[in-house]
Ligand binder design. Sequence first.
Ligand code: ATP
Ligand code: MG
Length: 421
Amino acid sequence: MSIQIPRGTQDILPGTVELWQYVEAQARDICRRYNYKEVRTPIFEHTELFKRSVGDTTDIVQKEMYSFKDRGDRDLTLRPEGTAAVVRSYVENKMFGDAAQPTKLYYIGPMFRYERPQSGRYRQFVQFGIEAIGSSDPAVDAEVIALAVDYYRSLGLSKIKVVLNSLGDPASRKAHREALIQHFEPRIEEFCGDCQNRLQKNPLRILDCKKDRNHELMKTAPSITEYLNEESQRYYDKVQELLDMMDIPFEKDSNLVRGLDYYQHTVFEIMSEAEGFGAITTLSGGGRYNGLVQDIGGPEMPGIGFAMSIERLLLALQAEGVTLPVETGLDCYVVALGDRAKDYAAKLVHELRLAGASAEKDYLDRKIKAQFKAADRVNARYVAVLGDDELDRGVINVKDMATGEQTEVSLSEAAAYITKK
Ligand code: ATP
Ligand code: MG
């Protein structure tokens, strides 16, 4: 029996991979414009890093991590998300001492979570994310949201919605936390085991539970917005004011809490409202994490970031019927008939490639008609036809496939002629 791909993973094949390359290139370009620099961290980290940063009570840490021991008996985990590793790297490399502040970083790479696979949910998926560390200016919050929205819009998505909330500062969160415990405690037996565990450890997580989503106490739960102190409210107002100034529409949702423990103040998600996008509508999520750098052993430095998966982005593009301008054609296919012409074709494709054009020839000893068919199949813009008699005369016939126009060009100039076109 042949071996199959692991559940929840996918092969990205030619024909589709061009879409990935395109959106990844656009992500890099938007980061260049917003002045975020790429950081590449390892695919695996010490398990402790995620326990400490993502949080012991989260689904990610409790159920979704690919953890293993290596041969040296170390506890390691395939990274389930990007922020923890970026912050670890920020602390380890003392980026807080860099001249340019705040530190603005981005990453694109695979993440791993043991989840139940479905459309838009995989066990290996690629996240594009950014982190801005070292400033608690609400303008950074607005910038991070703006970058994500700008990215989606520039790719052609129009049916997107920004959902915004504030979790407040630690004092506001503490007041809200106590209110939540009072609210849920009397009837906590009606909730799932996870929620019962979360009640004392992290009651905010209960609001994010997927199993008990429809319990009546969920709808009447005290909202964080009622517990924001003055400073937190002012911060939240400022973020909204800046988004308004940037023409970035948003909706407020006081039930948005997000899956990670480390958030404070701003949290947001961007959803697709396209029909046919499926059950999962979240394209990206992010928020401010003012205590995280310290938790990982660094100085007290505020940060904010978001992450999105390329998988869900491509699904949204498909749902909205957006065609990306990817180039898949070949510049020139060299058709050869006769033994000497075939050898010369090898030299000519080499010359074309050296000159910067993409070029291909026949390697299967095909008849001329089949060679033309092959040229057609790879969508060649030019087809150069060479027979032994042309070779003797030192010329080659170049056909422009768009116009049908044919030109006889001297062999020594063929590569330059095609490349120039
Ligand atoms: P969800 O509620 O959908 O599980 P999450 O809160 O676990 O999302 P985050 O950890 O915030 O998601 O990750 C940020 C983004 O990464 C998501 O908005 C989504 O685009 C993407 N993402 C998360 N998990 C997966 C997955 N298993 N497969 C594909 N993309 C994912
Ligand atoms: Mg999840």
